[in-house]
Write a protein that binds this ligand. Structure first.
Ligand SMILES: *Cc1c(COP(=O)(O)O)cnc(C)c1O
Length: 401
């Protein structure tokens, strides 16, 4: 079945890719293979397994049919030859750095990527000899001026975490490839459905499957896709040797979530557009940071590179509004739950006021306090009523200041 899915439409592939009922006694979902030990009939078979040929059980940490189902589905949806299932989104970056870089290598990191990725590259791995440098995420082809003979990789995320500003990834990829530099993109916002990552020139596409792929706020999982056989080999062995094994139960949950990603994402986008448009007209709001809005500075790049949107965006309040009044707004909400992460069925809110939203290379800082909203699958009119309560509490807080 899976072999025939390449020619079908995206929604059909979403349902059938990586699914092999014929290998599992007809079970429509690939079962959870809870395995550490794998036994062989003779020593020759043991030696064959120890070389880790594709889709051969050797040892639990090296992957099971549950993992292969997830990997096959994601690779097919994203349009890459290979996928690795990993225990978190963050481990996709770690494995890429550990598997492909050495002490003395230079890595360029856009200054709007997920904070912990910046911290790993520029703080922790600097101590191991990696020369990581932040660059202004709005730089397109001009990133060429920063490429050195020892530059190995450029890391981008578009739209960026917290600021939701767009990077011109094809422009970055063009100059990177001209210098033999790899482009790694954190495509978590896009999911495997909203961009054509290989066509944008992305060599390594990673996802935090913890977000929309899992979709139910109950699993941590990551995926990493590549086309190149040699790079895949290096990354597969890095994951194996550094001990980055995904639990088969979590691989199962990710695959189960993936099957409904298309319909969930459409509803998240529909709801988010209603809420974002309403927020944009509020007098307290300076700007809604959501590239699907025509007023967003990244809208043209988004329209060119993306086929849809999701429920995650930022809100910047007017500069006269205090952080305390913004906190009061957030504390008053009762349907939007105060929580980190996003991509589950529920609406979430998080304060982004302070240093974490600043763009260190470009020097950009927000003019007022800010927050991030994840718009879930609730009725958008209830979400707007919840936000109205927040604004009423904010007005009280401002009046009392
Ligand atoms: C959450 C997130 C990550 C990290 O994902 P984990 O699965 O928690 O490791 C990486 N990048 C982006 C953009 C994220 O939102």
């Amino acid at each position: 079945m899976a072999n025939n899915t390449k020619r079908t439409h995206r929604d059909t592939r979403l349902v059938h890719s990586g699914s092999h009922p014929e290998r599992h006694d007809g079970a429509v979902n690939t079962p959870v293979y809870r395995v550490s030990t794998v036994v062989s009939s003779d020593v020759e078979e043991m030696r064959r397994r120890a070389k880790h040929p594709p889709e051969t059980l050797a040892y639990g940490r090296a992957g099971t049919p549950t993992h292969w189902g997830l990997q096959e589905a994601i690779a097919d949806l994203e349009g890459y030859k290979h996928c690795l299932a990993l225990p978190s989104g963050l481990s996709g970056v770690m494995i890429s750095l550990l598997g492909l870089c050495q002490s003395g290598d230079h890595v360029l990191v856009a200054d709007n990527v997920y904070g912990p990725i910046r911290l790993v590259c520029c703080d922790r791995l600097n101590g191991w000899g990696l020369d990581a440098e932040l660059f202004d995420a709005s730089t397109g082809a001009d990133v060429e001026e920063l490429i050195r003979p020892n530059t190995k990789m450029i890391i981008v995320e578009s739209p960026g975490s917290l600021t939701f500003d767009m990077t011109d990834i094809p422009a970055v990829s063009n100059v990177a490839h001209a210098h033999g530099v790899l482009v790694l993109a954190d495509n978590t916002w896009a999911t495997p459905l909203l961009i054509d990552a290989p066509a944008l020139g992305i060599d390594i596409s990673i996802h935090s499957g913890t977000k929309y792929i899992g979709g139910h706020s109950d699993v941590a999982v990551g995926t990493l896709c590549v086309d190149d056989d040699d790079i895949h080999h290096k990354l597969k062995w890095a994951a194996l040797l550094f001990g980055y094994g995904l639990s088969p139960d979590d691989a199962y949950l990710a695959l189960r979530g993936l099957r409904t990603l298309g319909v969930r994402l459409q509803r998240h986008e529909d709801n988010a557009r209603v809420v974002a448009t309403w927020l944009q007209d509020r007098p307290e709001v300076e700007r809604v940071m959501y590239p699907p809005l025509a007023s967003d500075p990244g809208h043209e790049i988004w329209k060119r590179d993306f086929s849809g949107a999701n429920g995650l965006f930022g809100v910047m309040f007017k500069s006269g509004i205090s952080e305390a009044a913004c906190d009061r707004f957030i504390n008053t909400l009762s349907i939007f739950l105060r929580g980190f992460s996003w991509g589950g069925y529920e609406s979430l809110v998080m304060s982004t006021s302070g240093d974490s939203i600043k763009r260190p290379a470009s020097g950009w800082t927000p003019s007022g306090p800010s927050m991030r909203l994840h718009v879930g699958l609730e009725d958008p009119s209830d979400l707007i009523a919840d936000l109205e309560h927040g604004f009423a509490a904010m007005a009280e807080a401002i009046a009392a200041e």
